[in-house]
Design a protein around this ligand. Structure first.
Ligand SMILES: Cc1cc2nc3c(=O)[nH]c(=O)nc-3n(C[C@H](O)[C@H](O)[C@H](O)COP(=O)(O)OP(=O)(O)OC[C@H]3O[C@@H](n4cnc5c(N)ncnc54)[C@H](O)[C@@H]3O)c2cc1C
Length: 395
């Protein structure tokens, strides 16, 4: 059995960023093992690629602490390595007057978090984003940026391999021993084991007797794209005022680094942790996920709201109606389906049935577990990795 000082389970943005931070601090004996044959098969390769600017998050939370700095670190990383980067900016628009108090709350949160935002009127909005529609005012975030998530993963992989970090693909975590883990490719010894298994991180933590009070439930994000010339009328990103009591931001327009304009993602309760298609990715866990969703449906009004609202967006008419509220001009024929889909694993407290809103970390004797790497974890990853090393590793 080979033993490493640090064994990281999961080659998503969290696993790679933690490995990079360890390398930057002089550590070398690191293994990342990943169940897929390549990087980017799950959340880190399937997201919107938006570097959020730190607007939404309650001051004092880890998200608020990590997002602003993470945005800057990832932005600089992409610039230094000449990776695709589009300084798109973003506007958050109000669909009716009742959303204005939340818009003001977002401005307050953003300012408290150190983010740069400007409350603008309809005339100014027309200058920034001519096709965006709002009621009275909108929030403009000039520092929201878009990257190519897969290009970031690939660049990190190259950098880490050059620094001597070992990668082992097609290797699935099965269970935990004392100072070693059991995988389908054999046992691996570790000093510190770091669980960065994304949508499976609760199961990995449970194998160590950690994270017992949590489980993850999957939400599916489907996207559509805009055809030209409608796509040419979207300059950057247009987001609605979200319901800040739940962790999802609502269907929005995002112009990618390559100029395509995406609409989405939805947040539809999914029937598998990798249920990217209608039936694809549904496995033996289907019944227990259905049972958990049913429990949540009856116990949690926020979940119930999402579960009743979001699945309608499978129907083109409802998806269109949602998008139409954010812009002045859009026709149903401007929208076409897209194969892009992602799963957002959301942590739930089993006892209270509450959705956990912040990143969650648990440290065991020889293991560290990242349990709720929800958005904006891609944006925050490099800052998050710094914090993990500083505050959770005795090195
Ligand atoms: C649709 C969508 C849109 C999003 N948009 C944004 C955005 O615009 N901006 C932003 O900041 N964030 C966004 N996010 C969130 C962001 O993508 C995630 O927070 C982030 O990618 C999580 O990274 P991760 O490394 O924890 O998880 P993952 O990327 O899922 O990586 C975990 C890895 O662990 C591996 N793994 C799992 N189980 C095992 C096992 N048993 N053994 C071995 N390996 C295992 C998986 O194969 C996977 O590669 C979005 C997410 C989604 C789904």
């Amino acid at each position: 059995m080979t033993t490493y000082d640090f064994v990281i389970c999961g080659g998503g943005i969290i696993g790679l960023s933690v490995a990079r931070e360890l390398v930057l601090r002089g550590h070398k004996n690191i293994l990342i093992f990943e169940k897929e044959p390549e990087l980017g098969k799950h959340a880190s390769g399937r997201n919107s690629g938006v570097l959020h600017a730190g607007i939404y998050y309650d001051p004092g939370t880890l998200k608020a602490r990590m997002c602003f700095e993470g945005n800057r670190l990832m932005h600089d990383y992409c610039q230094e390595r000449t990776l695709p980067l589009f300084e798109s900016g973003k506007v958050i628009v109000a669909r009716d007057e009742s959303e204005l108090p939340t818009l003001e709350e977002l401005e307050r949160r953003a300012t408290a978090n150190g983010a740069t935002v400007h409350m603008i009127d309809e005339r100014q909005l027309a200058e920034v984003e001519p096709n965006a529609k709002t009621v009275g005012k909108a929030l403009h975030s000039p520092l929201t940026t878009v990257v190519d998530p897969k290009a970031v993963l690939e660049s990190l992989r190259e950098e880490l391999q050059d620094a001597g970090v070992k990668f082992q693909f097609e290797t699935t975590f099965l269970s935990a021993g004392d100072g070693f883990v059991i995988t389908d490719q054999g046992d691996i010894g570790h000093g510190l084991f770091i669980n960065a298994a994304g949508a499976h991180s609760d199961k990995v933590a449970h194998a160590f007797g950690m994270g017992r009070k949590y489980m993850l439930i999957p939400f599916k994000g489907i996207y559509k794209t805009l055809k030209r010339p409608a796509a040419d009328m979207i300059k950057g990103s247009i987001y609605p005022v979200p319901n800040i009591k739940n962790p999802f931001l609502g269907v929005h327009f995002t112009r990618s680094v390559y100029g395509d304009v995406y609409l989405g993602p939805t947040a539809i309760p999914a029937f598998g942790r990798e249920n990217y298609g209608i039936f694809r990715g549904i496995d033996s866990e289907f019944l227990s996920i259905l049972f958990r969703d049913a429990q949540m449906f009856f116990a949690n009004s926020k979940f119930r709201g999402v579960a009743l609202e979001e699945p309608r967006k499978y129907i083109a008419k409802y998806f269109f109606e949602d998008a139409r509220k954010l812009v002045k001009a859009l026709n149903p024929t401007d929208i076409e389906s897209s194969p892009k889909a992602g799963i957002r694993p959301q942590l739930v407290n089993v006892a209270t049935k509450e959705l956990v809103m912040d990143f969650t970390i648990e440290r065991g004797r020889t293991s560290l577990h990242v349990l709720n790497s929800i958005s904006p974890a891609f944006t925050s990853s490099m800052s998050f990795a710094r914090m993990l090393v500083d505050e959770y590793m005795d090195i």
